[in-house]
Design a protein around this ligand. Structure first.
Ligand code: GLC
Length: 376
């Protein structure tokens, strides 16, 4: 994907008061981690809308720091009965705003103090107010908080053959089970899972903000969290496993986000091994030997561009440029073959889900990495 093509996708997705819809038809609202990825791409394109999109993503933050994962800007009553409040959802998503701020910074874009302070407060809320699992991981209180909607990791909560309709019902029940404190989601009576991917992203986002001179008082807690993630490594299954997740040992690509804070060679090997996650168009969403693996079904096997981007970053940061380049190539190829789709078939690149999906423009970052690595 050329930067000009990425710019056209984001331009067409741009809405008031300053954010991109993930897809105009399927996802016509603002989603938190999507907007953070869009900001990464805006910065990549040298467009000041990076800061605008981050500001709208954090605009509905509560006084205690909680950042909702959905904002219904043009239609505040949409889904209000479902969430029990107008304008926003009552749960969050991975706090990718700190990485987005750090990326903007590295691309030479100044970030307003208020934005950085909001990011700090968002991370602090998760580190200090959220329920913890026995092993010290921060609990997600709803599967949507991980960003991985229909992942087979959650099948214990929806027994029987997987059916999207049943799962949607369960997710409604799980929203109602969230425990609020002053309106902020702090726990759940039905779902408190130490999702390793979410925790790795939280710890890593603190480090990202610290790298640009903020959030230094949170680094100790982030280091402890990184240690707790490392403690979840399962040498036999070559993955990190969620805590308090029922039988939840299904091997997924998002669990390998542990590599951002615990860069184990075995983890990188899994990502590119064709007998595990490795595929021509980027890592499979689910290990190919899992009985639940379905390479063309939403969150149950396809390749996701935002995860591929993060896993490639993990490899680059760990000095594993070989793995980083392979994943970056998968992302670039997948974005092209799928015509910018939301996710795609790992072996064929066939586009799946919505298209064009705004976050798939992350391929322009991968394209730059590959260009920089090419001598001459
Ligand atoms: C789906 C995904 C979620 C994403 C949203 C918008 O709900 O599961 O991760 O944020 O779509 O793209």
């Amino acid at each position: 994907m050329l930067p000009s093509a990425a710019g056209s996708v984001l331009e067409a997705a741009w809405r008031d008061p300053g954010f991109c819809v993930p897809h105009a038809g399927t996802y016509p609202f603002q989603w938190l981690w999507d907007s953070c990825f869009h900001a990464v791409v805006w910065a990549e394109l040298g467009d000041e809308r990076a800061a605008v999109e981050l500001a709208t993503a954090l605009a509905q933050q509560s006084p205690a720091g909680f950042v909702p994962h959905l904002t219904y800007w043009a239609d505040p009553e949409h889904h209000a009965p479902f969430w029990g409040r107008p304008t926003t959802s009552s749960i969050t998503q991975p706090p990718m705003y700190a990485h987005a701020i750090a990326h903007c910074h590295r691309r030479g874009m100044a970030m307003a103090d208020e934005l950085v302070e909001r990011a700090e407060a968002g991370l602090r809320f998760l580190l200090t107010r959220r329920a913890r699992t026995a092993g010290g991981l921060v609990a997600v209180v709803h599967p949507w908080e991980t960003g991985c909607d229909d992942s087979p990791r959650w099948d214990d909560w929806c027994p029987g053959p997987f059916r999207g309709e049943d799962w949607y019902e369960v997710k409604g029940d799980l929203v109602r089970a969230v425990r609020l404190d002053g309106g902020d989601p702090v726990g759940s009576d039905a779902f408190e899972v130490g999702a390793v991917g979410f925790n790795a992203l939280l710890a890593w986002n603190v480090r990202e903000l610290a790298a640009v001179g903020a959030a230094s008082d949170l680094v100790g807690a982030a280091d402890e969290l990184a240690g707790a993630v490392a403690g979840r490594w399962d040498a036999e299954r070559r993955t990190w496993t969620d805590a308090d997740a029922g039988s939840g040992t299904v091997r997924t690509a998002d669990a390998l986000l542990g590599l951002l804070v615990d860069p184990r060679p075995e983890g990188f090997a899994e990502l590119v091994d064709p007998a595990a996650f490795g595929a021509a168009f980027g890592p499979r969403g689910v290990h190919r030997d899992e009985p639940s693996y379905q390479p063309d079904r939403y969150w149950r096997g396809p390749t996701w561009p935002q995860l591929t981007y993060l896993l490639a970053l993990a490899a680059r940061r760990a000095g594993r440029d070989d793995v980083g380049a392979e994943l970056a190539r998968g992302l670039v190829r997948g974005a092209e073959r799928s015509e910018g789709a939301e996710y795609w078939h790992p072996d064929t690149g066939q586009g799946l889900g919505a298209a064009p999906q705004s976050w798939t423009t992350l391929a322009v970052v991968a394209r730059r990495w590959l260009a920089e690595a090419t001598p001459g």
